[in-house]
Every structure is written in structure tokens, then in C-alpha cells.
Design a protein around this ligand. Structure first.
Ligand SMILES: Cc1ncc(COP(=O)(O)O)c(C=O)c1O
Length: 418
């Protein structure tokens, strides 16, 4: 279907809201994307007509729910082009998916002195679990710095891999601050040549670029449903089957076992082994509906639209005096300003204006931006700033909204400086 933005917008009930008498301008999809009516309806239908637990009951509702839940797994498998549905584990979010790997794989595969490589772009969700593992196991965390384009330095990776200690490279597919997409294929090939596995944090990338896990050849990949126009409370861990099969369960409880005695238990097969307790069923139904909804549109059209928005944003924001789109040299140079190859978001600072003050003023006018370190403190420290303001786009945004936002920034700047 052609990407007609007016028709897309009509499908998002929240976009009809006004805040303090002004239309909502939602430029915070990197934090969470809004849900189209189709997703809300699919979840409401399950809740009203089919609500039941899965893989437990024999009655009709239980059977329908089980089919819906497993269909959702197949929808995710196809969306990622995974080889098998068993390679798709439902979690409560991207953060939990990464923690699952750090706990289950990390505990059993890392020894003291082994290392995990991260990039300076990483979100705390892909930093803290590895630091916790370091505290528990005595493993190391080694860092890839970023170059002047914001790309992780491959020379750093090469140097770390040469130590022979690296067991995992855990890297984002798309920075939630700079909008930079690292060269995953090269990084994965380098890691594999050195005998290391690769985990991809696709929290941001999942809504902005096609992902084919077999083509990438990544070993693990994590994302959350809520950034993909789906509900909160559900995430996905993709893992190669041969790896997942060797990993112990993460959480213990119902449904993750084959048998239990007073002395011990044997775990269930994949994927149940990693899905202890009642899973997020309505949320899985919602995620499948979100994938189906998104797939009406081509990636080509989605990317062309979002690129146009970001180019427009960069060009307009650059005209604002004392506004600096974040770069990598600590002096806030503009990244790729001639040919912006950023996806989903960009971040900026405004001289003598704290991001929280700016976003509060804009927020009262119905303009939703995000201020802070965006859960990327190491990156902000590297850039020499405590915080920044992020503008992020989704399929439903329009250039007019970026205009409104840019004008509001200019007005706020004047107000705060007088
Ligand atoms: C790059 C990145 N990784 C991980 C996460 C964590 O996602 P969640 O909070 O949905 O678990 C986020 C969320 O903003 C993110 O942007």
C-alpha cells in the first residue's frame, strides 16, 4: 500500500489529541512509538473474546489463545527471517532479552578474564547487564570508541579481538541518541572470524530498517514491541537454535519444565524453556498485529519518508543560532550534515539552555521531545555534555510538525534568554 501520511495519521487515535489547546506534535517515538487502531482493536478483541492462558487448558478459549500466541511467534519469525519459530523467545522487553543472554549464556560461557566488547553508542540496557556479569564472573568489558561520524571504530574491535579473550560483541543496530547505524555485517564477520558471538540490540532499528537475522548471521538479537507500533510489556529475543539449546533457563516456574521432582527438574524444549510463567499473551497478539500493520507499507517508502523528515529537521535546526546537532568531538559538530545518514532520531544541545527546561516549555505546547542522557551516559560523557534533547520520528510524522517544533525552540530560546 502507498504510504499516504494523512491516512496513516488517521489510524492513530492519540494523534487527534490536543494538549493545552494545541495539536499534539509527537516527536518521541524513539522512547515509545504510538499504536495504530488495528493494534488496539486486536488486543481488545483478545481481551474481550478469547482471554485464556496458553499451553494449559483444553477448552476452546485456551485453544484459541494458544493458537494466537504461537501465530504471533511465527509472525515475528517471518518478520526477522529467522530459520525456526523456536528461535523466537517472548520476553517483557528488549532489556529483559539482553539480561536473559547475560544471565543464561554469560553465566555458563564466560570465565574470569574473558571479555565482552561494547560500543560507546550503547544504551544502558546493553551495558549494565555486562557490567553486572563482570562483577559476578570477573569477565571484562572492552569498549569500541566512535569516530568523527559516530561509527564504532573497527580498529578498536580488531585490537580487542586480537587478545583472544573476546567471547561476545554486543552492539546496537541503531544509536538511540545519534541515529547512527553501525556496519553490522563487517562487525559480525570480524567477531565470528575471531570465534566470538554477536548480540544485536535492535530496540531502535526494528522500526526503521529491515532486519534479516540469517543474512546478518547474528547470534542473538533483542527488541521491544512498543517501539514497533506495538504494546509495552512484550519483547523478543532471537537466538540461533544451537546456542539457545545449550543455554540454561533464565527464570524458573511454570511451563519452562519437562518434569519436576522434589529433588530437581528437567527444562522444557525451546522456546518454553525461556518462557516461565504466564507469558504476555495480549501483548503478543498486539505485536503480531503491529507487524501485520507495518507490513502493509514497504520499507522503501517508510525509509524514504523518515529520511526526508530527518533531513528537513537537520536543515531547519541548523538555522537556529547556538543549536548544535550532536557530533562526536565533544564540540558538538554536526554529523553527516551534508548527507545525513541517520535513522529515526537526532539529538542536539542549545547553548545556555538545559534540555529539561527546553522540553518542559515545548511539552506545555503539546510538543513531545525527550531530554536527558537517554540512558546513554558513557556516550554523553564522551561527547562532553551531561544531557541533550532528542527529536525522533515515526511513520506518522510530518514536516509541518518539525516546523512547529523548530519555531517553538526559537521562541523558547528567546524567552529563556530575556
Ligand atoms: C538502543 C536501545 N536499547 C535498548 C533499549 C531498552 O528498551 P526497553 O526499555 O523497551 O527494554 C532502548 C530503549 O530506549 C534503546 O533505545
Amino acid at each position: 500500500m502507498t504510504l499516504d501520511i494523512s491516512s496513516v495519521r488517521r489510524q492513530f487515535p492519540v494523534l487527534r489529541r490536543s494538549i493545552n489547546g494545541r495539536p499534539l506534535v509527537y516527536l518521541d517515538s524513539a522512547a515509545t512509538a504510538q499504536m495504530p487502531e488495528a493494534v488496539c482493536l486486536a488486543m481488545a478483541r483478545w481481551n474481550k473474546e478469547q482471554k485464556s492462558n496458553v499451553h494449559r487448558g483444553m477448552h476452546v478459549l485456551a485453544e484459541e489463545s494458544t493458537v494466537a500466541y504461537e501465530d504471533a511467534r511465527t509472525a515475528v519469525q517471518k518478520f526477522l527471517n529467522a530459520a525456526h519459530p523456536d528461535e523466537i523467545i517472548f520476553t517483557k522487553g528488549c532489556t529483559e532479552s539482553i539480561n536473559l543472554v547475560a544471565r543464561s549464556w554469560g553465566e555458563t560461557h564466560l570465565q574470569e578474564g574473558d571479555a565482552v566488547v561494547l560500543s560507546m553508542l550503547e544504551h544502558h540496557s546493553n551495558v549494565v547487564p555486562w557490567l553486572q556479569l563482570k562483577d559476578r564472573k570477573g569477565s571484562d568489558v572492552l569498549w569500541m570508541d566512535i569516530d568523527e561520524d559516530g561509527m564504532p571504530k573497527l580498529d578498536d574491535l580488531k585490537k580487542h579481538l586480537k587478545t583472544g579473550r573476546v567471547k561476545l560483541v554486543a552492539i546496537t543496530a541503531l544509536s538511540n541518541v545519534l541515529g547512527i547505524a553501525p556496519d553490522l555485517k563487517t562487525i559480525i564477520a570480524m567477531a565470528h572470524d575471531a570465534g566470538a558471538w554477536v548480540l544485536i540490540d535492535a530496540a531502535q532499528a526494528i522500526a526503521h530498517m529491515p532486519i534479516d537475522v540469517q543474512d546478518l548471521d547474528c547470534d542473538f538479537l533483542a527488541f521491544s514491541g512498543h517501539k514497533l507500533y506495538g504494546p509495552t510489556g512484550i519483547g523478543v529475543l532471537y537466538g540461533k537454535r544451537k546456542l539457545l539449546e545449550k543455554m540454561p533457563p533464565f527464570l524458573g516456574g511454570g511451563m519452562m519444565i519437562r518434569s519436576v521432582t522434589q529433588e530437581g527438574f528437567t527444562p522444557a524444549d525451546l522456546p518454553g524453556k525461556f518462557e516461565a510463567g504466564t507469558p504476555p499473551i495480549a501483548e503478543a497478539v498486539g505485536l503480531a498485529a503491529a507487524i501485520e500493520w507495518m507490513q502493509q507499507y514497504s520499507w522503501e517508502d517508510i525509509q524514504a519518508h523518515e529520511q526526508e523528515l530527518l533531513r528537513f529537521a537537520i536543515d531547519n535546526l541548523r538555522l537556529i543560532p547556538q543549536l548544535h546537532v550532536l557530533g562526536t568531538d565533544g564540540k558538538s559538530q554536526i554529523i553527516n550534515h551534508k548527507s545525513p545518514i541517520v535513522y529515526g532520531c537526532l539529538s542536539f544541545t542549545l547553548d545556555s539552555v538545559h534540555p529539561h527546561d527546553l522540553t518542559e516549555i515545548l511539552g506545555r505546547q503539546g510538543i513531545a521531545l525527550r531530554a536527558g542522557h537517554h540512558c546513554c551516559m558513557p556516550l554523553h560523557t564522551k561527547l562532553g555534555i551531561p544531557a541533550s534533547t532528542r527529536l525522533s520520528v515515526g511513520i506518522y510524522n510530518m514536516k509541518e510538525e518539525i516546523d512547529v517544533c523548530a519555531q517553538a525552540i526559537v521562541d523558547a530560546q528567546k524567552k529563556l534568554h530575556t
